[in-house]
Design a protein around this ligand. Structure first.
Ligand SMILES: [Zn+2]
Length: 267
């Protein structure tokens, strides 16, 4: 579904079980809890398209482009960007990610320093995030854009709220896109992490499985966005660990893991 189609589609909820061992019943429980809050959320189970040789989910908003890239012919960020976007006139900016809640404004090409969220109001700047199981998030306003790297630490540290504070727009006017991340099927964690994430979001993002709980990080991000007033959230519900042909996963690939790239820019 394109962003334009999504924008015109009211209150659509996709109730498909994701791949892996999460049952439909459990999945429905998560979604019913989440969507009771996020009435305008959509979950997108579509496969990627090949763009520039990369498995890519692309969306186009009113004044912005978003591309979530998985595996492709090579691993270098700038070359992946050029292969898929093909616009060397854009200055590609990225944070040196440290699992923090630090938000910085991007102006120039290259690293913006230690941070986990970037914002811009400038056409000509492209924001980039790297992930390999964590949740990549893009938030767009009329003339503002943000890209966020949110793992469990970022969610607990409220990096989403920090980014919304920097954007300083009416939350109900914003749209958000959540890219591929590790799913509740595969994200096994300890009790301490599960408790911190549910405290920062909703008990329904925790899946009770033995011997250890599992978490739905994307659902936690959706909850935080919704609670902050962002009503339109489109989630690409594809698990990185369950999709070896499409996406890198640190839990699956360990030190061999490449990175899935998120690119977002204003036009
Ligand atoms: Zn999975």
């Amino acid at each position: 579904m394109t962003a334009a189609e999504w924008s015109s589609k009211p209150c659509v909820v996709y109730r498909k079980a994701r791949s892996g061992s999460v049952t439909s019943e459990r999945q429905a429980k998560i979604e019913s809890a989440t969507y009771a809050i996020c009435a305008m959320n959509t979950r997108d189970y579509s496969p990627p398209l090949l763009q520039g040789g990369f498995h890519t989910w692309s969306f186009r908003g009113d004044h912005n482009h978003i591309a979530f890239l998985g595996k492709g012919p090579q691993r270098q960020r700038q070359r992946a960007f050029e292969d898929v976007v093909g616009n060397p006139g854009l200055r590609l900016s990225w944070p040196d990610q440290i699992h923090s809640a630090t938000v910085v404004a991007a102006h120039e090409r290259g690293s913006c320093g230690n941070a986990d969220a970037l914002t811009t109001t400038e056409r000509g700047v492209a924001l980039s995030i790297a992930t390999a199981d964590c949740v990549p998030i893009v938030i767009a306003g009329q003339r503002r854009l943000a890209a966020i790297h949110a793992g469990w630490r970022g969610l607990v540290g409220r990096v989403i709220q920090g980014t919304l504070d920097e954007l300083a727009e009416e939350p109900s006017s914003l749209k958000a896109w959540i890219g591929p991340a590790i799913g509740a099927c595969c994200y096994e964690v300890g009790e301490d992490v599960a408790s911190q994430v549910t405290d920062a979001s909703d008990p329904a993002v925790r899946i009770h499985r033995e011997p250890r709980p599992h978490l739905d990080l994307a659902a936690a991000a959706e909850w935080q966005l919704s609670r902050a007033g962002v009503e339109q959230v489109h989630t690409v519900s594809v698990c990185t660990r369950c999709s070896p042909a499409w996406l890198w996963s640190y839990r699956r690939d360990q030190d061999d893991a490449g990175r899935n790239w998120t690119f977002a820019w204003l036009e």
